[in-house]
Design a binder for this molecule. Structure first.
Ligand code: ZN
Ligand code: ZN
Length: 149
């Protein structure tokens, strides 16, 4: 359980350290299906308020570093070699994060789609979820099956 004021302070320090004088700003948003986002057009790095509330501060830090690496590498880099180089340089551990931003090693709930893509959650999803990697948007052909491990 992270304190949101503490998360904000940490994120702002990390951003001013790694992206000095470039106008990048931090904010919380209402997202629930992903943890962090890097918005290049408006130079904002945002964290899900709902997820930040349940994460440990170290996990918030990792997600902010992940997004800072995106800001450094540029939108075209994706999660490719340029992004990975920046992530390594700034201390992002590059753990597999699900679209909920949940780190693989911590999550008690594992989901798998018909094509074998894995997803990680702290809580059992309440309704059906479908694979965002197989298909953008909800599509029951790609329904995820969840199990507690
Ligand atoms: Zn990313
Ligand atoms: Zn899939």
């Amino acid at each position: 359980m992270a304190d949101l004021a503490e998360v904000r302070g940490l994120a702002e320090r990390l951003i001013s350290h790694h992206l000095p004088g470039q106008g990048w700003q931090f904010g919380f948003d209402r997202a629930r299906r992903r943890g962090g986002v890097c918005i290049y057009q408006t130079r904002r790095i945002q964290l899900s308020r709902a997820l930040a509330e349940v994460w440990a501060i170290e996990q918030c830090e990792q997600v902010v570093l992940h997004e800072i690496a995106h800001a450094l590498a540029g939108a075209a880099a994706g999660h490719g070699v340029r992004w990975r180089a920046q992530a390594d340089r700034i201390g992002c551990r590059r753990e597999t994060l699900s679209d909920g931003g949940v780190a693989e090693r911590d999550a008690p709930i594992v989901g798998v789609c018909p094509n074998g893509h894995q997803f990680f959650r702290y809580r059992m999803p309440s309704g059906p979820r479908t694979c965002s990697r197989c298909h953008r948007g909800f599509d029951l052909r790609y329904q995820i099956t969840w199990a507690r491990r």
